[in-house]
Design a protein. Structure first.
Ligand SMILES: Cc1cc2nc3c(=O)[nH]c(=O)nc-3n(C[C@H](O)[C@H](O)[C@H](O)COP(=O)(O)OP(=O)(O)OC[C@H]3O[C@@H](n4cnc5c(N)ncnc54)[C@H](O)[C@@H]3O)c2cc1C
Length: 304
């Protein structure tokens, strides 16, 4: 039987996306920064474009100037310098989950990268794009807060280093200026034993925007917790670090902690909203459960 040809889809663009005035694809960072300095907010920066094209689908024809970072190999490196891990902004989720260095030193970040979208999204989407989109549901953001990451923001004239916990200012908002590019993510290393846990709650197993995420990173001297990073996504207008919870953990062993009490403390530290993926009450209850689950998992890891 002959199949009917599918109806031709109507093109929702009024003008073709090729009506831009300039599409820059520089081969070095200095050139990219010069272009950014000249065009500022008129310029759309494209990394893997997985967020960008979805967000701008209806108005691609309005974008006149593009800066594509794809040829900036200097932003695709993962390296150790001065006892810190430096991750280039153009490192993809796939690079993160495949990197032996990341798996060894930052397993919570590797696990979160593995949970992003689908193989296609992971091979195109970048850590820099995840950060600059600044969605409270961005999967890499809670792990970056827990590892006390900082971000290098560069302009043609110089650079500044901003702590991840200061970077996010609201849903899909951050403190980047129009002439800045995010170039590097910097994470301190440690001599201490560091263990972590990553939990993503969503409605499906793949291609799912998180309903809630939790990243816990603990540093130990012997059995004593000497540093704690606890952060959640999708429970407030920005990803949040739960400093009250961290403070309770310091100088304790895992066995000393009252997991249920800590779980309840989490509930009072967050400010979730109702949306399609879950109600405020659901998120508060899940936040308690995942905190207890993470601590049980950490206890197993530490004692094995
Ligand atoms: C089907 C689908 C599934 C998805 N699933 C997930 C998921 O499970 N978890 C998740 O966290 N995300 C998910 N996403 C969102 C997205 O894939 C990720 O956030 C990804 O990391 C974005 O990276 P990118 O390189 O594609 O960013 P882009 O789309 O290229 O850029 C995103 C934003 O950041 C800006 N930008 C990018 N890089 C820089 C830079 N270096 N300096 C300054 N500005 C910059 C861009 O101008 C743009 O505003 C999904 C998206 C799709 C389409």
């Amino acid at each position: 039987m002959m199949r009917k040809s599918p109806m031709k889809q109507e093109n929702r663009q009024t003008i073709s996306g090729a009506d831009f005035k300039e599409y820059f694809q520089p081969e070095n960072l200095q050139k990219a920064l010069e272009i950014k300095a000249e065009y500022k907010e008129e310029l759309k920066v494209a990394a893997g474009s997985t967020d960008l094209l979805v967000a701008n689908y209806e108005k691609l024809h309005e974008i006149e100037y593009w800066l594509d970072l794809v040829k900036l190999d200097e932003l695709k490196e993962i390296k150790v310098k001065d006892n810190k891990l430096h991750i280039g902004a153009m490192v993809t989720h796939l690079d993160l989950m495949d990197s032996d260095l990341i798996k060894d030193k930052l397993p919570v970040l590797a696990a979160a990268a593995e949970d992003v979208g689908s193989p296609q999204i992971r091979s195109r989407g970048t850590i820099g794009g995840n950060i600059c989109t600044s969605s409270p549901a961005g999967d890499l953001l809670a792990p970056l807060l827990s590892y006390e990451a900082s971000f290098k923001l560069q302009t043609e004239a110089g650079e500044r280093i901003v702590k991840a916990e200061d970077f996010f200012t609201g849903p899909k908002r951050n403190l980047m200026e129009a002439d800045e590019l995010l170039t590097e993510i910097i994470i301190p290393m440690t001599e201490n034993k560091r263990e972590g846990s990553w939990i993503k709650v969503g409605r499906r197993k793949a291609l799912v925007i998180s309903t809630l995420t939790l990243a816990v990173v603990l540093e130990f001297e012997g059995e004593k917790i000497v540093k704690a990073g606890v952060a959640m996504g999708s429970v407030a207008p920005t990803p949040v670090r739960l400093k009250g919870i961290e403070a309770v953990m310091i100088d304790q062993t895992l066995k000393d902690l009252d997991y249920k009490a800590l779980g309840k403390e989490v509930k009072s530290s967050i400010n979730p909203i109702d949306d399609l993926r879950g109600t405020k009450e659901y998120r508060e209850d899940v936040a308690v459960d995942v905190m207890v689950r993470a601590l049980n998992e950490l206890e197993r890891k530490v004692s094995s």
